[in-house]
Write a protein that binds this ligand. Structure first.
Ligand code: ADP
Ligand code: MG
Length: 592
């Protein structure tokens, strides 16, 4: 048995490496720079954790989310006695003395793995202190954050390459699940990887079925999500929603419809509440969670059977990363993307809102430089402009242009150092950076909508997007294009069939409402019922309980009304006349 395999067994209890892991481990043991590109769930952490535990120096791991680091540290630490644990974490949530003690252990050589939040590297005090340690590997996890072409660009990732070299790290290991070939190249450049060993396992997830579900309306969407999770076999499940509000609304609706507790999870909830939702989900007490993308980076639950997206995410990478949280255990699982054409408008709105014009760049630069004292600035974000996100983006562009060097700060503040003049070359660089970011966003928009609206195999489309040239070998029904029966049935359809109204049987449905609605309804109300309206009058009489309710919400009002009038003309329906005419079934219909 090789040393690495032996160590794999000893430290993790695993019998075998997964594809790619052994190559990455060997390269890292040989002090080679490595870029690991594997889909979510493939086992990237092991590629640096194992060599770190086998080496005799310190491995520093940088990862964007504290919760993610905490999970990793806890699960590693559980394997060692508390007084001889080779793994620790430094972050702002820990108190100063605790961080100090961890640093001491890093420097005296008793730690093998030290997890650090990226913003720490802007602190000169931290860098000086850690410089005393013998640093072997410097790991940049979620490395796509370094690339503006990626979907999750983080300015804090800027300085990591410099920090790694300055600390004398023997090698840099970068890992990501979301690198297109272009982002992969960008990561190599931005982290200054030297002749890196590329380890890529391919992007196929053979045990996942991919299903795009076009929906007519929010109501349709909600019902279909609920229908797709009704079978207990479809759970545990994560439902991703685009906004906090949508998360809350879906949580209420699904709790009612599924008859089990479906909590919401988003960054607006208290830390305790989030921790408890996460804990209960991990423990199996809660089977379905509705969450924003704040949920998941740290969630390593292997048996998630379904991941739903309530709205089309801004990029294919973001979707695939979240969808990839299904089926990490290798058993069949599904990723369902519920799309609505109005999502497109929302994307356009956000992209346009993110655009920064020359004036904004000049204004923010002027405001920051004007407030800097002795080359340092520390101001309220609101003093720089109303649009917090935009201000942050501009600060990022100014950093890229070599004007500013941001330091970590709360969301409401902007802090850092001025490192260069805002002259016309710098201004041109900042504007070019802004334009580049905008182009990247439009490109992501086009790609994700070509995917959603496309009519080619989803799996093949994903692989092509990630530059994976292998041909797909699904172990489950592949996708909705290859197997349309994967699309969850429109709920209520069975109820409609039970009363003899087929899917396309508009006339049958009209006749059914005219005959069954109590009290009887007029033309407009009938149309509203078939199209799934939510008006007070409709709900007061529980017309939404009719089996054909909402079955024709994909049709326009005029189209349905046209059929109603045609049936009146043909004598199939009769109108009572008078001030409030209501419809009934005519002699023609009875004869038929
Ligand atoms: P990624 O970071 O690529 O999304 P993780 O590193 O979180 O994936 O690993 C996903 C899961 O796979 C974890 O539960 C991990 O313990 C497990 N795993 C990793 N490598 C192996 C292996 N060689 N054998 C068995 N399980 C493994
Ligand atoms: Mg990971």
């Amino acid at each position: 048995m090789s040393d690495a395999r032996h160590a794999l067994h000893e430290h993790f209890g695993f019998d075998d490496f997964r594809p790619g892991q052994e190559d990455a481990v060997r390269a890292a043991l040989d002090d080679r720079d490595v870029l690991v590109v594997m889909p979510t769930g493939a086992g990237k952490s092991l590629c640096y954790q194992l060599p770190a535990l086998m080496r005799d120096d310190l491995t520093i791991v940088v990862s964007p989310l504290v919760s993610l680091m905490q999970d990793q540290v806890e699960s590693l630490a559980a394997r060692y006695p508390a007084d001889a644990c080779p793994v620790a974490l430094i972050n702002a949530q820990q108190d100063v003395a605790e961080n100090r003690a961890v640093l001491d252990r890093a420097v005296d050589g008793s730690l093998r793995l030290l997890y650090v939040a990226p913003e720490r590297f802007s602190s000169p005090g931290f860098l000086e202190a850690i410089r005393g340690a013998r640093v072997g590997l410097f790991v940049v996890d979620e490395a796509h954050c370094v690339s503006q072409w990626g979907h999750d660009f983080r300015p804090d990732y800027f300085r990591l390459a410099d920090a790694a070299r300055w600390l004398g790290a023997r090698a840099i290991v970068a890992s990501t699940a979301t690198a297109t070939p272009e982002v992969a190249r960008d990561i190599v450049v931005r982290l200054g990887l030297r002749d890196p060993v590329l380890v890529s396992t391919g992007f196929d997830r053979p045990n996942l079925s991919f299903v795009v579900v076009p929906c007519g309306s929010d109501k349709d969407r909600r019902q279909r999500i609920s229908a797709s999770l009704a079978d207990p076999e479809a759970r545990p499940a994560i439902v991703y929603a685009g906004t906090r509000r949508a998360t809350e609304e879906l949580s209420t609706a699904l709790t009612a419809e599924l008859g089990v507790e479906v909590p919401a999870y988003h960054a607006g909830l208290s830390r305790d509440l989030r921790a408890s939702v996460q804990r209960r989900f991990m423990g199996g007490e809660v089977e379905v969670v509705v969450a924003t993308n704040a949920f998941g980076m740290g969630v390593d639950k292997a048996d998630v059977r379904t991941v739903c997206h309530d709205a089309v995410p801004g990029s294919l990478e973001a979707w695939y990363q979240e969808a990839g949280r299904a089926g990490r255990d290798g058993a069949p699982a599904r990723a369902l993307l519920f799309s609505c054409s109005k999502d497109k408008g929302l994307h356009v709105f956000f992209i346009e809102r993110a655009a920064v014009d020359d004036g904004v760049v000049d204004r923010v630069a002027g405001a920051v430089l004007g407030r800097a004292i002795d080359g340092r600035y520390d101001v309220f974000a609101s003093d720089l402009g109303d649009e917090g996100e935009q201000v942050r983006a501009v600060i990022g562009h100014l950093a890229r242009a070599g004007v500013l060097q941001p330091a970590p700060s709360g969301l409401d503040r902007v802090r850092g150092r001025v490192v260069g003049p805002f002259d016309s070359p710098a201004r041109a660089r900042a504007l070019a950076s802004a334009a580049e970011g905008q182009r990247a966003r439009w490109r992501q928009y086009r790609t994700v909508w070509e995917f959603v609206e496309g009519s080619q195999c989803r799996r093949a489309g994903i692989l092509r997007h990630f530059g994976d040239e292998e041909s797909p070998h699904p172990q489950v029904p592949c996708c909705d294009v290859c197997d349309p029966s994967l699309v969850p049935a429109r709920p209520g359809r069975e109820a409609a069939l039970a009363v003899g109204v087929g899917a396309d049987d508009l006339d049958g449905a009209i006749r059914h409402v005219a005959a069954q609605a109590r009290p009887a309804v007029g033309r407009t109300r009938l149309v509203e019922i078939l199209r799934g309206g939510r008006s007070k009058g409709l709900l007061r009489h529980s017309y939404d309980g009719l089996p054909v309710y909402g079955q024709f919400d994909h049709l326009g009002k005029d189209a349905v009304l046209g059929r109603v009038d045609a049936l009146i003309d043909d004598g199939v329906l009769v109108s009572s006349g008078g001030h409030y005419p209501v419809l009934g079934v005519g002699p023609e219909a009875l004869a038929a």
